[in-house]
Design a protein around this ligand. Structure first.
Ligand SMILES: Nc1ncnc2c1ncn2[C@@H]1O[C@H](COP(=O)(O)OP(=O)(O)OP(=O)(O)O)[C@@H](O)[C@H]1O
Length: 254
């Protein structure tokens, strides 16, 4: 099966200098790939490269088998959506307006969203269980609600692959769980999701595959169980890490 997103010999960085090289990622439908790494390892740089916002230092990104470099912004938007961090938004947009931006991403630059786009935006809000927030101002929502609105925007874009920048950062326990469940539901519906996290426990609970991105290159990648070992995480963060598995099978790192 053609992966939704893949990389071949990808090196990412700035000004022609690679932060990380030799990335061979493969994101099939229905999978969550979590990128873990210390501050400054290059997770955001990788995501910006996968989104086509900065060029690779070497290698290439393939979207549904097609080289990203040959696709227009609109073709990229049809296949890949970005969910940024839910930072406080000073603008007085309603949640529905934000989601409409996703629904309109495939329209031409001068086209205005019409009834089909509004219906798609409402359906996305409904799917995430927040249709009642459609008219709420984004600035008045909680961090968790804002994150769900941004995921709804990506869904309204109807791209199969989603890139999420620390989607559960700064969320409380309940919202973290809610957003985590939404991510697993999306994978269950056939989306492929790449996300970053600073929480190994949460990553282990959410992901099908992980990429451990160290300051000097990839430390390991593959399944959660085989990759998230105490030794690999100790190397990744430069501190002693122990791993435990609870009775339910969930992994915990200390
Ligand atoms: N536009 C830029 N030009 C040059 N260097 C940059 C640029 N953006 C980021 N960097 C550098 O690239 C390195 C990786 O940054 P990046 O933001 O990708 O890391 P990160 O893993 O996402 O970190 P964090 O976990 O703190 O978000 C850092 O050393 C950063 O200073």
């Amino acid at each position: 099966m053609t992966p939704l997103l893949a990389t071949r010999g990808l090196a990412v960085g700035h000004g022609g200098r690679a932060l990380i090289a030799g990335l061979e990622l493969r994101l099939p439908p229905g999978q969550v790939l979590c990128v873990l790494g210390p501050n400054g390892a290059g997770k955001t740089t990788l995501f910006r490269t996968l989104l086509g916002l900065i060029p690779p230092v070497a290698g290439e990104v393939l979207l549904a088998g097609a080289p990203l470099a040959q696709l227009s912004r609109r073709r990229i938007a049809a296949r890949l959506a970005h969910v940024p961090q839910a930072l406080a938004n000073p603008f007085a947009f309603a949640a529905l307006d934000i989601v409409l931006m996703g629904a309109a991403a495939r329209l031409g630059p001068l086209a205005r969203p019409g009834p089909p786009e509004t219906a798609r935006a409402m359906a996305a809000l409904q799917r995430l269980g927040i249709a009642d927030l459609a008219q709420a101002r984004i600035g008045q929502l909680s961090g968790g609600q804002r994150q769900l609105v941004l995921i709804a925007r990506a869904l309204a874009q109807q791209a199969a692959a989603l890139i999420m920048d620390e989607p559960t950062a700064s969320l409380d326990f309940a919202n973290r769980r809610r957003v985590g469940q939404a991510i697993r539901d999306l994978a269950g519906a056939g989306h492929g999701i790449i996300l970053s996290s600073h929480d190994p426990d949460h990553a282990a609970a959410l992901a099908d595959q992980v990429l451990l991105m160290g300051r000097h290159g990839v430390i390991a990648s593959g399944t959660v169980d085989g990759t998230m070992t105490a030794a690999n995480l100790s190397q990744l963060y430069g501190i002693a890490v122990s791993r435990q598995q609870d009775a339910g099978g969930a992994l915990h790192f200390r």
